[in-house]
Design a protein. Sequence first.
Length: 288
Amino acid sequence: MDAVRVCWLEEGLVSETEARVSALDRGFLYGDGLFETLRTYGGRPFLLAEHWARLRTSAEFLGIEVPAVEPETLVTRLVEANRLPNAAVRITLTRGPLPKGPRPGTPATPTLFAQARPLPSDLDQRTAQGIDACRLPWPLRARGLPLQGHKTLAYLPSVVALGAVPEGAEPLLETTEGHVSEGATSNVFWVRVGRLFTPHTDAGCLPGVARRLVLSLAEELGVSAEPGLYPTADLAAADEAFVTSSVVEALPLVRLDGEPIGAGAPGPVTRRLHAAYREAVRRATGSP
């Protein structure tokens, strides 16, 4: 039997079996909230300030109060209590309970919830070998939507996309105009003749924290990066490709719809960027 884990709810730690959220919570009723997922290395969170800043920016946009909590204390205590030094930590913030129908109102006490989970057991193997990407039969993104830059609880498009592809593959979300947007849980990059390409945030992709780091690392390595609006055919014709997220770092894509991308194996630019990513982790956390 799995050990009972501890979560953070409101102002402190509580057993997950004892945690209670109001039935009137707007996150439960309307998806009225936000979340961030980050990774810890040796018990220390990586890029926590960037994740917390994005949460604050989105909360301000939605008019949700951010509780006065020290995020590093929250994350550190959470992973220590669960004995998970290397973990994926999800922080969820909702507008809280407000029994007035869907129209947002005040006052409302926000709900802050966080949980830690082990990293995927096969992550190292997938990083070494690469994974598949799959196109979907319908678009799930569009340009110009006001919520597209915010990591909200309205995650159903990604849930539907993940259910439409084989387990372990990353669904590719496209716009109504036929442009690549992102993966269901990731940002997408590809390399062609030594140049790095990735969808612009105008294509509806989330401005990912790991995405921003990879773009910065590419500049340091002298790799030209070109965000833009690109058809999926550009990805199919790439020499190599990968996806990024705070959990998977830089994970190679080796096939698209069953056809090899480039040589069908993790490519040299992907490897260089992933090595640079891990070096950034080492400098920030001291973890090898």
